[in-house]
Design a binder for this molecule. Structure first.
Ligand SMILES: [Zn+2]
Length: 682
């Protein structure tokens, strides 16, 4: 071997490491010769004078791509052992390609130079302490890098040229297949077709990917396996949200050919490890997009509509999808003062209000307002019902047809599944009848398979029956048309959910704005229609619910007369006893009485009697914080009684003296005392 004389007894006394690498599993499988040659390096080491027990093979990196050392445990092991100085020589098929990256090899060469380790390949022995060897290895490494670059460049250019013609074949999503001529066609399997088409139909009806998952409950979705032993086979699995998004976002279903929808980016994390991540490329930046490349399940326009819909559902990106809850304008109402979105807030008994939250960001303007939801909703709903034209009613009827279609599709899917199960059972039966009865082992297996298929068929037929039974009776078109003619009734029907109303509202109205209005008793509402038209409505602001609007005067009169000298609790007892109710026809409660006091400016009686004082007064007299007084009351050190929610402390000279003693003796309350006392003792 070239340079064999460089190997000394010192090298032979240390370990000889044979490092094996092969980039991909396919290379390992196909290029067995190369792998064998690599293992043969161990014999070379023995031939060069190493004892067989000192020769070790590191082959953990077989099948791992060599572009970086980050994930190659074998290369790391090699490096660490060279660093420890226990290695006499490293054997590789081609040392200049050991690391695949110049940086890896440079590190190895530097460590080998410092520890006096030889690098040996089929070309000869490199002693890195020798300047010539070091230079030759460096040149070879640079050349191999350049070679890789040129090869990769050529491959990329060829790929790109094929992609520009729409001829670069990529794995197709389920529902599309290559035909015998290599053209993309819709999967001939009717069951697969139906499943894919139903995803788009369900999304149209439900409006969200989660809605599609719900519609597929109990039904499976096909997936085609790529590579491995399952290549090309169909697997049926429950539909997940992630799968739905994959299907909805895949432009192949719209008949488009796209290359470069994903990019891999290399990042370096804090530990210095290099990672590659795959990211989606925005549609505007797709390098190659060929529309009408093959037949699709949807049109390109539908694809764009789905994309917009998904973006609107994505709240993280600023979308405000339809939510549960009764507030009709939720998500589309804007504050006219600051231009920000208004939030729908629900209070105790499902009474909602629209509130501008710009004060949280310090953007509140004098025009920012809040308003109860039902006032706005009533006006907007009235405007909507007035604006609904016969054409829009026709649209609604088309939507009803869509629902019918969906039920039929669900039934069709079950029929197709049953048909497939029947076919498979028939095939299993034929296979069983074809086998010679003497061949008992095979016959037994085939019989078991036939039985399994028959069981699957029974399941599928049962599912079909269930699907047919579950198909809810739909009202016929005539009665739907009658119903549509009386839209207000449909709108207010208890069967129409808040969500449905919101969806209907959003099909016609783009947004609602609470415009600034000088008169505080009124609210000005701007409605912007999707057609581009805009309307303004002025409504009276509802008064706060607590004030008896058409005041039942006897109750108010009573509160006015007794209020200044009677506590709220006593007033409540009297009002309840006489059976009075509030303006909103609710029984009186403390809150309602407080409202009346507030509205008519009726003073409350002093909570405490003459012999009592409040917590604040006590704290002021004692020169301590109210918290201390509360603490004494809570811990029972100080007597107090509650009157109308306020604490009253019976106050005598003795009580006051007690409190003062407590303060002076407490080190916590009187740090001065704590500091001075020990000194006085001396
Ligand atoms: Zn505002």
């Amino acid at each position: 071997m070239n340079g064999e004389h460089k190997i000394t007894g010192g090298h032979r006394a240390r370990t000889a490491l044979v490092y094996l690498r092969q980039s991909t599993l396919m290379q390992v499988r196909e290029h067995t010769e190369s792998t064998l040659r690599q293992y043969a390096l161990a014999d070379t080491a023995v031939a060069l004078g190493w004892a067989p027990r000192d020769v070790e093979v590191i082959d953990r990196d077989l099948g791992l791509s060599g572009t970086s050392a980050a994930h190659r445990a074998g290369f790391r092991e090699l490096m660490s052992r060279v660093c420890l100085g226990e290695v006499g020589a490293v054997f590789g098929l081609e040392i200049s390609r050991l690391g695949r990256s110049n940086a890896d090899l440079a590190r190895l060469a530097e460590m080998a130079r410092l520890t006096g380790t030889l690098l040996i390949d089929s070309d000869g022995v490199y002693d890195l302490a020798d300047f010539n060897d070091w230079l030759v290895l460096g040149l070879k490494s640079t050349m191999s890098q350049a070679e890789l670059h040129i090869m990769a460049g050529r491959l990329q250019a060829a790929k790109r040229a094929a992609a520009e013609r729409g001829e670069l074949r990529a794995p197709l999503p389920v529902g599309l297949v290559y035909d015998a001529d290599g053209l993309v066609v819709i999967d001939p399997d009717a069951e697969v077709q139906a499943a894919v088409a139903d995803i788009f139909a369900c999304f149209l009806a439900a409006g969200s990917a989660y809605g599609v998952v719900a519609a597929f409950a109990g039904r499976k979705f096909p997936q085609r396996a790529y590579g491995g032993v399952w290549a090309g086979q169909l697997r049926w699995a429950p539909l997940t949200h992630h799968r739905v998004l994959q299907v909805l976002k895949n432009p192949a279903y719209a008949g488009a050919y796209v290359h470069g929808r994903h990019v891999t980016r290399t990042t370096v994390d804090a530990d210095g490890n290099v990672r590659t991540v795959t990211a989606e490329v925005p549609r505007a930046q797709w390098p190659i997009l060929i529309k009408d490349h093959h037949p699709g399940y949807i049109t390109w326009e539908e694809y764009l509509a789905i994309e917009a819909r998904l973006a609107a559902n994505h709240t993280g990106g600023g979308g405000r999808p339809v939510r549960e809850g009764t507030a009709l304008c939720q998500g589309i109402i804007i504050c006219g003062g600051c231009g920000g979105p208004m939030a729908a807030n629900y209070h105790g008994d499902d009474r909602a209000s629209y509130e501008c939250h710009s004060h949280r960001d310090g953007k509140k303007t004098p025009g920012c307002r809040s308003i109860t939801a039902h006032a706005v909703d009533g006006a907007v709903a009235a405007a909507l019902l007035k604006a609904l034209t016969p054409e829009q009613v026709a649209l609604a009827l088309a939507a009803a047809d869509e629902v019918t279609g969906q039920h039929q599709r669900a039934g069709r899917a079950a029929e197709l599944a049953a048909e497939r199960a029947r076919y498979e059972a028939d095939r299993a039966e034929r296979a069983f009848s074809a086998v010679e009865p003497e061949n008992r082992l095979v016959a037994r297996t085939l019989e078991a398979r036939w039985e399994a298929k028959l069981a699957a068929l029974a399941d599928a037929e049962q599912a079909l029956q269930a699907a047919q039974a579950a198909r809810p009776p739909l009202p016929d078109r005539a009665s739907l048309a009658r119903l549509a003619a009386d839209l207000p009734a449909l709108w207010h029907a208890p069967t129409t959910t808040a969500r449905d109303r919101k969806r209907l509202l959003r099909t016609l109205i783009a947004d609602v704005t609470l415009l600034p209005e000088a008169d505080r008793a009124k609210a000005r509402i701007g409605i912007r229609w999707h057609t581009g038209a805009a309307d303004q409505i002025v409504i009276g602001r509802p008064k706060p619910t607590g004030i008896p609007a058409p005041t039942p005067t006897p109750a108010t009169q009573l509160i006015r007369e007794l209020g200044p000298v009677t506590s709220n609790a006593d007033l409540l007892a009297i009002l309840t006893q006489r059976g009075y109710r509030t303006g909103a026809d609710r029984p009186f409660d403390i809150k309602a009485i407080q409202w009346v006091r507030h509205a008519y400016q009726i003073t409350s009686p002093p909570a405490c009697r003459e012999t009592e004082i409040s917590v604040a007064q006590a704290a002021r007299q004692l020169g301590c914080s109210p918290g201390v007084v509360y603490y004494w009351i809570e811990t029972g050190q100080l007597a107090a009684r509650r009157s109308d929610g306020r604490l009253c402390i019976p106050w005598t000279a003795a009580t006051q003296a007690d409190c003062r003693t407590r303060i002076t003796s407490s080190g916590h309350l009187n740090p001065a005392a704590r500091r001075t006392t020990p000194r006085q003792r001396h």
